[in-house]
Write a protein that binds this ligand. Structure first.
Ligand code: ZN
Length: 238
């Protein structure tokens, strides 16, 4: 008991020491983080514009995707806007090697979803895959990091090998809606459809913009018999 207490104290002292020389800052507002804060300060966490739309059927995301793919439920953690508090977090996650932010956001969302009707029927968490080429460039799949956090908070396992991206497509950010769809259709594939048979999967993505990536995943997943799909994202641009 004494030993554990001692090592905790030592760890705390070491962290304080490292904070003194390498102060960690909040990725969103740039303020110095307190020792107990990780990546994002508490003030910014409180400012996150949560949608809580997992409690609301026929929410804006479900209206967006209706008729485009079969789904049970769709929800996102927060509203996303270029100048909002979530934007710098996503920037760091996608372009500045901060995979820990994805895990943290996934964990926070998982804690909100835990015990909900939205989460209750889910068997497996499936992150939207990145192509191998992009994976090599970035070093990790940001959707997988979010899925990892969700899994940690909910104890639902993740599948990363079965839904795959077969074609490398150029970045979508500058394309309009119809060109985005041209860009993503038929780029996903399911390696072993039997693995998802009779399952309810939670497809996980970082931000839902036009929904074309989800739609393309939905098309590929139609190969699996009696599969139910729900979707969770961190941000929605709506
Ligand atoms: Zn902050």
């Amino acid at each position: 008991m004494k030993l554990t207490a001692l090592s905790c104290e030592t760890m705390f002292a070491l962290r304080q020491f490292s904070h003194l020389f390498f102060p960690q800052v909040c990725v969103s507002c740039g303020d110095k983080l307190l020792v107990q804060e990780k990546c994002i300060c508490l003030k910014c966490i409180f400012k996150l514009p949560k949608t809580n739309n997992f409690k609301e059927t026929d929410n804006a995301l479900e209206m967006l995707m209706a008729g485009r793919m079969p789904f049970e439920r769709i929800a996102s953690f927060c509203l996303y806007s270029k100048k909002g508090v979530l934007a710098p977090m996503m920037q760091y996650l996608k372009y500045r090697n901060r995979d820990d932010i994805g895990v943290l956001l996934g964990k926070m969302y998982g804690e909100d979803l835990r015990g909900s009707d939205f989460l209750q029927p889910i068997d497996i968490i499936v992150p939207v895959p990145l192509h191998q080429k992009k994976l090599k460039q970035r070093g990790y799949n940001q959707a997988e990091m979010i899925a990892k956090g969700l899994s940690e908070a909910t104890s639902i396992s993740i599948s990363t090998e079965n839904l795959v991206r077969t074609i490398h497509n150029p970045t979508q950010t500058k394309l309009d809606k119809s060109r985005r769809w041209e860009n993503v259709k038929e780029i996903f594939d399911v390696k072993n459809p039997g693995q998802f048979e009779n399952k309810h999967i939670l497809l996980v993505d970082d931000i839902i913009t036009t929904g074309s990536t989800l739609e393309a995943c939905g098309v590929a997943l139609q190969e699996c018999n009696n599969l139910k799909i729900s979707v969770a994202a961190i941000g929605q641009v709506l």
